[in-house]
Structures are given as structure tokens and as C-alpha cells.
Write a new protein. Sequence first.
Length: 77
Amino acid sequence: MHCKICSREAGEKGYCKLHMTAYERILEKYVAWKKALEISWKEYLSEIVKNPLTGEWAKEVAEHLIRDGEKRDVADS
């Protein structure tokens, strides 16, 4: 099976190792962002995509999650 985002071999949750690492970091950082800014998941993903300092892997994951309409409230899960 291929990664949901690229053509690399997929593993956990359908992501390759690089995109899975980015996904995990996005989830981890959302807790802090939400606490500091009371920001929604969708707003947070949009900020990741807009930020020029965000890495390419994280941007690709954020764009994918926005496109797929993934809804997540990490603080409540």
C-alpha cells in the first residue's frame, strides 16, 4: 500500500514514515496551540499550511487533512 500523500510505502494509518512523523507532531503541537489560542483543528491546520517556517512534510499532511475534512479535537480525545 502507498502513502496517502506520496508514493512511498505506507505503514501506520496509511502514511509513510516521514508523513507519519509529521502527522504525530501536528497532533502533539495542537494541544499547546489550542490551550494558548483556543484555536479549532481546522484553523490550526490552515495556520500550518500558511506558515513559511513549517516543513514540507507537515504542510503536505495538513493540506491532506484539510482536503479530507478530518475532524479532531485532540484535547478531548
